[in-house]
Write a protein of this length. Sequence first.
Length: 355
Amino acid sequence: MQPVLTSKTFGFTPKGDEIHLFTLSIPDQIEVSVMNYGATWTHLLVPDRNGKMEDVVLGFDTLEGYLQKDYQDHYCYIGSTVGRVAGRITDNRFHLDGKIYELPSNLNDIHLHGGMEGWDKKVWKSEPFETHNSVGVTFYYQSQDGEENYPGTIDVWVTYTLDETGRMEISYKASSDEKTILNPTNHTYFNLSGDFSKTIEGHGFFVDAEKYLPMNQNSLPTGEIANVGGTPFDFRNLKPISEPIHREHPQIEIAGGIDHCFVLNQPEDCAVLYDPESGRKLTLSTTELGLQVYTGNYLGNDFKGKNGLTYGKRTAICLETQHFPDSCNHPEFPSILLMPEEIFQSRTQFVFTAE
């Protein structure tokens, strides 16, 4: 069925910028909403095995929810496009061509997800589109040279597309006028039950990965690429999330659960999230090399979300497709360098079914 695109005003920023909410939908099958503040995924309605449509991603009912002080004080990038560089960076610095770039800290003394005002807090230009078998919206932002002390001016496009089969895709395209680093991702939180008073511990999870990246006490990769066998990170068969996150293991203790990058074996159908109660199932494919999995360990009922609910520990799970975290400080990891003559491209697809 041909999907439909609609849009409306979602609110205004304190500076007076009008924020637009775009909804891509197929009746009784899927409804995806995204906004140009942070190129953010705000809503996702999909049916359970009985056809009941419910919202299965964390977010807020209005733009004011995203701007509220309680959320800003306990900020967790709900649904946002994260950049320039996802994750933490060792010592808040990196070396490039003999120069040290010092980055501002925005989480205590840590530079996280792009800094003080990353791409998640920018107002992006938006261009909705329709084709013969899809609808979508492309968000555009120009990150100036020196923004958050990163080198180079980057032009970046993030496109959300819904096709006639109900498949949703997020694609990234970027170019820079000088040598720099880039590793964006999307930070949507999923709870396929549609009930945000429940945790995701009962969800089944599969990831086609034989290796993962252990972390040090600062939640930064040690540089080791370790086998998942015999660890809580072995999801090569679908199993409940509750099983590994309650095991005694040093890596689980560091993060209070899972907040680790998995090294993907293949791009197609590389991860599955399944809620046995509702029957909803998410199958993920990506061109990226890694999948950062975060089980909502630091959510703490600190702010009100949709329908006035607060989001507690493990209310949802993030599946962040990206290159490996802190790659700029690990030459043994695949590079996140972006050269002036290069075009960065990345694609992640989401397929939702019920069984």
